[in-house]
Design a protein around this ligand. Structure first.
Ligand SMILES: Cc1cc2nc3c(=O)[nH]c(=O)nc-3n(C[C@H](O)[C@H](O)[C@H](O)COP(=O)(O)OP(=O)(O)OC[C@H]3O[C@@H](n4cnc5c(N)ncnc54)[C@H](O)[C@@H]3O)c2cc1C
Length: 467
């Protein structure tokens, strides 16, 4: 039996797809440990939702798990009795079932041994390992005989005390909870109706039907939260605030626009790129196409365009264009936009402004915010943090991340959007990553069309490193 072992930390979509790709591409048997601290694999933050109103924000026929088969998910839906149109925005929980089915098939193929480890990884040691399998029973799982020295393996240390000797370790830890805002008083942060985790499944059920609720942030997570409340149902007033006051744009399918990325290749500043983009936006409008199609036509080349920008230009993008990019690129299905419109007509108030303080006043939250130079205040019964996943790794409360930072095995990228890494995910010292952690390096790195390609390519890289 092969003694090779790969440990994947994180059993969300990224880690699960990587395990599947390792099985599909393996030429000889080896062991994969897929370590997930929470529920079953394939779910993670995005697909762990049990609310049917939470939909994928990518049409079904583009969500296939394999880069060469974008329609695979839609085919699976039909084979499993779900009659959705190819361009439907399907409930996200079905995507978890799909990924689990892919993993199950990979495990049953017997190409490699995939062990699902329900545990939290808390540290990694990458020094020369002196232990023998006799001293450390967990090492016997890697197929080592007694007293055999382990050449330069990485040891993944789990909260249970188990240690996984690994030839390579992949950090697939994905999305973290949103940062705790500095304007939140300690009392407000500890209040029962402050929700720092907008993805907790019972969130809507813990809010009274008449409560006044404030959402911090107006991205796709705030949209999800509103849909969860609507499903309860909820009749109290709802508020959402963000610095720009913009909701994500709604999808409008059926438009296309030709690839013009060669006109942007080699341009290394935003002032050089933007006139090209504006020209194509005008051309799309004139031709009866749509600005969305122009943005989408850039998707296959976004990573390359991002990498050709110098750091100062990336910073400039983050300061001036990021919000506009986010609401244009990360769009919501029309059904969700229609639901929001209906809520706006009755109970939803969208606010543009900057929150300056949230304090407790009895059992209520007293919220102060500044908008167009004026200070405003608001009283609500519940506050939900929908500010998006914390991307600054130095601030993350994860034990694993803090230990890896201390050991200098990882470091935040210069934009604090993820980790400093090679574009292929290599972090050095037998460590690799994929998905959200590569956002600073690749910019477009958080959604399935990119993650499935990364899982495919990283599996090939890992297999090469083992041979
Ligand atoms: C709410 C939401 C909706 C989204 N919807 C879409 C969509 O419709 N289409 C799309 O393409 N993309 C969507 N995305 C983007 C999403 O990031 C990816 O599609 C994908 O789900 C990311 O998966 P992941 O495995 O990288 O991260 P995650 O889903 O965050 O999974 C990471 C996993 O790692 C585990 N983990 C972390 N640290 C440890 C540790 N130390 N030990 C053990 N386990 C650990 C976590 O418990 C978690 O389960 C969405 C994202 C969010 C947040």
């Amino acid at each position: 039996m092969s003694t090779h072992t790969i440990t994947i930390i994180g059993g969300g979509a990224s880690g699960t797809l990587l395990a599947v790709q390792l099985a599909r591409q393996a030429r000889a048997p080896f062991t994969v440990h897929l370590v997930e601290q929470h529920g079953p694999p394939g779910r993670g933050v995005a697909y762990g939702t049990l609310t049917p109103a939470h939909r994928l924000n990518v049409p079904a026929n583009k969500m296939g798990a394999y880069p060469d088969q974008p329609g695979h998910f839609h085919e699976w839906l039909l084979q499993n009795g779900h009659t959705f149109a190819p361009d439907a925005f399907v409930p996200r929980q079905l995507y978890a079932e799909y990924l689990q089915a892919q993993l199950q098939a990979a495990m049953e193929s017997g190409a490699i041994q995939i062990e699902l480890v329900h545990d939290e990884a808390i540290d990694i040691e990458v020094e020369q390992v002196q232990a023998t399998s006799q001293q450390d029973p967990s090492l016997r799982g890697a197929g080592l005989s007694a007293h055999e020295a382990i050449p330069n393996k990485a040891l993944v240390i789990l909260a249970s005390g188990r240690r996984l000797a690994s030839d390579a370790v992949v950090l697939a830890f994905g999305n973290f909870l949103p940062p705790q805002p500095s304007f939140l008083s300690p009392q407000a942060a500890a209040a029962p109706k402050y929700f720092g985790n907008p993805w907790q499944p019972d969130l809507a059920a813990r809010i009274g039907p008449h409560d006044r609720v404030l959402m911090l942030g107006m991205g796709l997570t705030a949209v999800d939260t509103l849909l969860s409340l609507q499903a309860q149902p909820h009749s109290g007033p709802l508020f959402a605030i963000s610095t720009h006051g913009w909701w994500p744009a709604a999808h409008e399918l059926g438009h296309s626009y030709p690839d013009f990325s060669t006109e942007l290749a080699g341009l290394t500043s935003l002032p050089a790129m933007l006139p090209v983009l504006r020209r194509h936006l005008r051309a799309a409008a004139a031709q009866g196409s749509n600005w969305r199609a122009v943005i989408d036509s850039l998707r296959p080349s976004t990573q390359a365009l991002w990498q050709q920008l110098p750091l100062a230009e990336k910073r400039r993008f983050m300061r001036h264009l990021r919000r506009l990019w986010d609401v244009s690129r990360h769009r919501m299905p029309q059904e969700c936009a229609a639901a929001l419109d209906a809520m706006h007509a009755s109970q939803l108030h969208s606010l543009q402004g900057r929150v300056t303080a949230i304090e407790m006043a009895g059992s209520e939250f007293s919220v102060s915010y500044r908008s167009r130079g004026q200070l405003h205040s608001l009283r609500v019964d519940a506050v939900i943090n929908c500010m998006g996943s914390e991307s600054n790794y130095s601030r993350l409360p994860s034990r694993l991340v803090q230990n890896l930072l201390t050991r200098q095995l990882i470091q935040p990228d210069a934009l604090a959007q993820g980790l400093e890494a090679a574009p292929d995910g290599a972090l050095g010292s037998r460590l690799y990553t994929l998905g959200t952690a590569l956002k600073g390096v690749l910019w477009e790195s958080t959604a399935m069309p990119e993650i499935r390609a990364q899982a495919h390519d990283l599996a090939a890289l890992l297999l090469k490193s083992l041979s």
